[in-house]
Design a protein around this ligand. Structure first.
Ligand code: NOJ
Length: 567
């Protein structure tokens, strides 16, 4: 029998399918590519993998614009391929999470097409959020709400006869219309989707923007010019985010999950303050919620310790276990972030193609290794994003023409510019377009599997995002053979973790340095991290693994974590 609590302390590896492994040479990673790498995944001692969306999509937002929730993108394979992959992963002892994107669909979803083809006020429009515009002829958006991908959250449609029509709401790109979650048809369709994948044998779900589904459209006339889901307060009465009534949805989902054996599990992506986030993790709701707090920290002892303490307490208070995340497909990779001066504005640095501040590559990697080992020893779930086990850095110098993230194209400001043409002796007045966000493509560059080759073993053709030359040295082929490689460390740490992860408790051990964080699990498994302090003399006990070399006399240098058995 499978332990129904298997997820509480799991190691879960995030696969971004289009960038994992391309089996047919079209430049896009695919389902058969994942199946071909099951042995690799097994070698990481994982409990589960989470697949970012692999559904039919026009890729307006890397697959988070879903055209059909119960199918596989033909560019990535078929449902049959999916079943084969699932079987192979299960055989290897690895469970599978899929990504559910319930806030919005793609504008290519059949329902949205039906809505556009029908008249205002019709039933099919009720599945989304259509409203008349303001102004004499409805030429102005219904209000000032903005989208995450900027600028307005409203886009005007054309009526079936070609005349300008109503507007629809999209909290993300215009290609991602928001569903109307007050509509029972929408609610039931997602139940159908969850059942579809659960019946196929999928073990869990990652719920995209779980905090945004319910909106108070009665307050459509209220101004809401910002889009910061962290500052909406704790009452659950905001217009757009983290509303109390969103929890009704998840309580209904839980009833479905519990009909399976073992019950299906779920994790909420809820970008809200920590205390509110835990509401999504209640046992009668999704069970777990992503804790992104570590993603925002500089590599410093005090904030890490505080974040860990706070999240362990919070998770316990709702009967859940914490999750820990240092990397995902939306954030600058830690091997880069930790190699930049503290407080660097990462977006500005990316916009400068990595030129505005010097990156210390060695320091970044060292700290990345130390941080991940510290994280993996904690009680709760460890999330790993593909490529971090190779110590991959952000690809900061992608050319503008290669960028795919809507954040790049949509976040622009224009300003008047006059250009003098010497030869013609003429000044032309024009407009300069300035991009204010480079976007998230730099952490989504396809994985290097081999040292050389057209796309470093990712596929037989070019990869959909170009890989830099330094990827070869970080390839699986190189790292699998190299002593002391990051891959070797991840494998050893994950294997040990699997063996030692027992009770969910932890005690803090006081150290002589504010820069050294030491915790111990009840079975003696201990993790000691020297963030930025002087060499630290280790206590007595067996050394199990370290993220970097120790110095003579059992000394732990800075930017290093060691795991010990201290009875
Ligand atoms: C969160 C996902 O992680 C991100 O990649 C996506 O752009 C948004 N949700 C919208 O679906």
């Amino acid at each position: 029998m499978i332990d129904p609590d298997w997820w509480r302390q799991a190691a879960i590896y995030q696969i971004y399918p289009r960038s994992f492994k391309d089996s047919n040479g079209d430049g896009l990673g695919d389902i058969n590519g994942i199946t071909s790498k099951v042995d690799y995944l097994k070698s990481l001692s994982l409990d589960a993998v989470w697949l970012s969306p692999f559904y039919p999509s026009e890729l307006a937002d890397g697959g988070y614009d879903v055209a059909d929730y119960r199918n596989v993108d033909p560019k990535l394979g078929t449902l049959k391929d999916f079943d084969k992959m699932l079987k192979a992963l299960h055989k290897a002892g690895i469970k599978v999470f899929v990504d559910i994107v319930p806030n919005h669909s793609s504008d290519h979803h059949i329902w949205f097409k039906e809505a556009l083809a029908s008249a205002p006020g019709s039933k099919t429009r009720e599945r989304y959020i259509f409203r008349d515009g303001k102004g004499k002829n409805g030429e102005l958006p219904p209000n000032d709400w903005v989208s995450h991908f900027a600028p307005s959250a409203w886009t005007r449609t054309n009526n079936p006869d070609g005349t300008p029509g109503q507007w629809y709401l999209h909290l993300f790109a215009p290609e991602q219309p928001d569903f109307n979650w007050d509509n029972r048809e929408v609610q039931l369709d997602f139940i159908k989707t969850l059942k579809f994948w659960s019946d196929r044998g999928v073990d869990g779900f990652r719920i995209d923007v779980a905090h945004a589904l319910k909106k108070d459209m009665k307050r459509i006339n209220a101004s809401y010019p910002g889009i910061d889901s962290f500052s909406v307060g704790t009452k659950g009465t905001d217009i757009l985010f983290d509303r109390n009534d969103v929890h009704e949805i998840y309580r209904e989902w839980r009833k479905l999950f519990d009909q399976y054996n073992p019950p299906r599990v779920a994790v909420a992506e809820a970008y809200v303050v920590a205390s509110r986030r835990m509401l999504y993790a209640r046992p009668d709701e999704l069970g777990q919620a992503f804790n992104f707090d570590m993603l925002n920290l500089d590599f410093k002892a005090a904030p890490f310790k505080k974040t860990i303490e706070q999240n362990l307490k919070l998770a316990k208070s709702e009967g859940s276990s914490s999750t820990w995340v240092l990397n995902n497909h939306d954030r600058v990779r830690t091997a880069t972030k930790y190699g930049l001066p503290d407080g660097t504005d990462l977006n500005q640095w990316l916009l400068s193609d990595g030129k505005s501040k010097k990156l210390d590559i060695d320091l970044g990697l060292k700290r990345h290794r130390a941080a991940i080992m510290m994280m993996m020893g904690l009680p709760g779930c460890t999330y790993i994003y593909q490529g971090e086990e190779l110590g991959l850095r952000e690809v900061e110098d992608l050319k503008h023409e290669d960028l795919q993230d809507p954040n790049w194209a949509r976040n622009i400001v224009t300003k008047p510019q006059s250009v003098y043409f010497k030869k013609e002796r003429k000044t032309i007045q024009g407009v300069a377009v300035i991009h204010t966000e480079k976007g998230r493509d730099g952490c989504r560059v396809p994985l290097p599997w081999s040292k050389s080759g057209r796309s470093f073993g990712f596929g037989s053709g070019d990869s959909h995002l170009p890989q830099p030359n330094w990827f070869g040295e970080h390839s699986v082929e190189v790292e699998a053979k190299k002593k002391g490689s990051t891959l070797e460390m991840y494998k050893a740490a994950l294997a040990l973790r699997k063996k030692l992860q027992t009770s969910e408790d932890l005690e803090w051990i006081k150290t002589s340095s504010a820069e050294v964080v030491h915790y111990r699990r009840p079975n003696g498994w201990s993790s000691i991290t020297n963030f930025r302090g002087a060499d630290f003399t280790l206590p007595a006990g067996e050394i199990l693994l370290s993220s970097g070399p120790l110095k003579a006399g059992r000394k732990l240098p800075k930017a290093t974590t060691v795991w010990m058995m201290i009875k």
